[in-house]
Design a protein around this ligand. Sequence first.
Ligand SMILES: C[S@@+](CC[C@H](N)C(=O)[O-])C[C@H]1O[C@@H](n2cnc3c(N)ncnc32)[C@H](O)[C@@H]1O
Length: 401
Amino acid sequence: MEARRGVARDAGAEHGPGWAESVRGAGAGGMATPCREQIHQEVQDYYGKELQKSEDLKTNACVTSARPLPKAVRDALEHVHEEVVARYYGCGLVIPECLLSCRILDLGCGSGRDCYLLSQLVGEQGHVTGIDMTEGQVEVAKKHIAYHMNKFGYRKPNVEFLHGYIEKLSDAGLADESYDIVISNCVINLTPDKKAVLQEAFRVLKPGGEMYFSDVYASQRLSETIRKHRVLWGECLAGALYWRDLYSITEEVGFSPPCLVTASPITIGDKELEGIIGDCRFVSATFRLFKVPGGSRAGPGQVIYNGGIMGHERELVFDANFTFKEGEVVDVDAEMAAILQSSRFAEEFLIRAGASATAAQGNCCKRAKEKICNPFQLLEQLAAPGPACCPRGTSGPPGCC
Ligand SMILES: C[S@@+](CC[C@H](N)C(=O)[O-])C[C@H]1O[C@@H](n2cnc3c(N)ncnc32)[C@H](O)[C@@H]1O
C-alpha cells in the first residue's frame, strides 16, 4: 500500500524570517539550540491549529502497514471514539505482540488513537501513557478517557495523557525503567534532536524492554534546502532521518541493532515540492529496538516458538527477517538470540545456545539470504512480482530458503 504525503499548504511559503536562519548547519541527529524552539512551535501550530482531521494532510499515509491488520486490532479500532480517530496522523501500525498487562508509553500520542487501541490490548491490569507537546491534541485525548473506560468495561482508567516534550520525559515525571514498551507513530521525524528522544526512550524502558515505532526515513541525508522547508517539516519529510543514521544513533544510545519490520512507500503529490526533493526518496518504516541487558549478549542459537501468543498461535512474524512457526526449529543469530532471551518473548520460546551444523557451515540458503536492514530494499522486495524470498523460519521458493 502506498503512503502519500501530499501537501496541503502553500508549497511556496517555505521560510519565515527566522526559520531558514535557524536550521542552517543542522546535522543528521541534532540541531543548534535556537532552532529547537522554533521547530517545536511550528509543529505545534501545524498539529494544533492548522490540521483538524487526518484528511487535511491530503495523505493516505494512515495505517500504511504492508501487513494486514490483525483481527484483534481491527476489533479494537471499532471501539475508539470517532473524534480521536479523525485526528489520527500516524504513518504505520505500532501494535506489537504479547501485550497483556504491559506498561506502554506512546511518544507523541496526538489525540490518542494508538493509546486507546493499546488500552484494550494490555487489559485492565496494563497501563498506557501518552505524551504530546501539542495541547489541543492532548485535550482531545483526555476528553474521551471516561467514554473509553466505560466502553471497555474498566473500573478505573488504565490510560493517562501528559502534556510535554519527548526529549525531556523526566520533566513529565517519567521514571527510569518504568515501561515495558515504548511506541511512537510518525513523530521522531518532527523532533530536532532524535538522539535525545531515543536516549529518553532507552532510559524509561525496563531491561529487556522494547521500542516499537513507525516513522519516515529518507534514502539519503537531506539537503539544507529540504531541511529548511517549513511545509516539508509539517508534512513529516524535512526532518526525516537518513535510514542508515538510525542504525548509528541507536547503537550510540545502547539499543540492540534495529529489527526492520515493514516498509511502505511515500510519494509527494505536488510538482513544486517534488522539484525541491529531487532524487531523494522517502519511506514509512516500522522498526523494533530492544534494550538488551549487557549480560544477555550471547552467541547464535536455535529457537522453537511455543505458539503461546494470543492472535499469533500458528506463527509469529517478528520482523522482515524472522518468522517463527509454532514448533519449528529456527536458527537465529546472536542478536536475535539475545533479544528473545532477555525480553517478554522469553517464555514463549525454547532457546538453545549454539548454531546448528548447517548454519555453522553456511548452507546455500543462508549464504543467499542476507538480513534486510534497508527499508528501501524491503520496499523493492515487497513490490517485486512473483514469490518473494521468505523470512527465516518460513518455507519459500526453491533456491531461497
Ligand atoms: C504526525 S503527528 C502523529 C500523532 C500520533 N502519533 C498519531 O499517530 O496520530 C505528530 C505528533 O507528534 C507530536 N510531537 C512532535 N514533536 C514532539 C516533541 N518534541 N515532543 C512531544 N510531542 C511531539 C506533535 O505534537 C504531533 O501531535
